[in-house]
Ligand binder design. Sequence first.
Ligand SMILES: [Zn+2]
Length: 255
Amino acid sequence: MKNDKKKYCVKHTSYVITNKKIEEMENDNKITVHFLGAAGTVTGSKYLIDTGERKILIDCGLFQGLKELRLKNWDFLPVDVTEIDTVLLTHGHMDHTGYLPRLVKMGFNGSIQGTAPTLDIAQIILLDSAKIQEEYAEQANKEGFSKHSPAEPLYTIKDAEKAIDHFKPISEGEWITLYPSIKVRFQYNGHIIGATFIELDIYGKRFVFSGDIGRKEDLLMRAPKKPEKADVLFIESTYGDSCLLYTSPSPRDRG
Ligand SMILES: [Zn+2]
């Protein structure tokens, strides 16, 4: 776990924001951001924002792909999950929501907020994922191909249902006061139904989390809205090195 923390939990303090606010933030309002996933790899998105008074998790994705990455889903997060106040979801894809049952199983007891379509998609995905994991563990026990005896699923359908009980739909495009001095707005960003970028205003500074961004021209989706401003921008860059032509498969088709 210590190695994971080194590799995946990169701390950034408020020094990156602006000179104007450094003094103020160094005193009382220091904000720390932990990258708990999607760092050094493209899945497992989880940003933990620690304001000193509140802990907010943006996305709660599952590591996918190579076995060494999937094994990371079994690690404990390098933070006390019982101290996380709320989870905000940019969209429903597995690499942004698939870890939620584990989070609840480990003691998270706050709300899980996203647009209604995002939560609808997440519900389908989590129940399906839990079913596959239960079946895989059952098969491993029957055929004896796991080195664990008995093989356990990462989470069960019951665990997924418990996570779904924490879902709280929010409106798109409206500022919502989460806590004193912390406001949030979910803004449509294309990609898939219900997908948004998330703007967090904390102590007067704006943090913007892009989520996976859709394209301007799309047969099914409206063009993404644009943030008006950001003091700190966190951007998904999975396809940042690619020039996506309109004739190429859309990112949502590619995962
Ligand atoms: Zn996505």
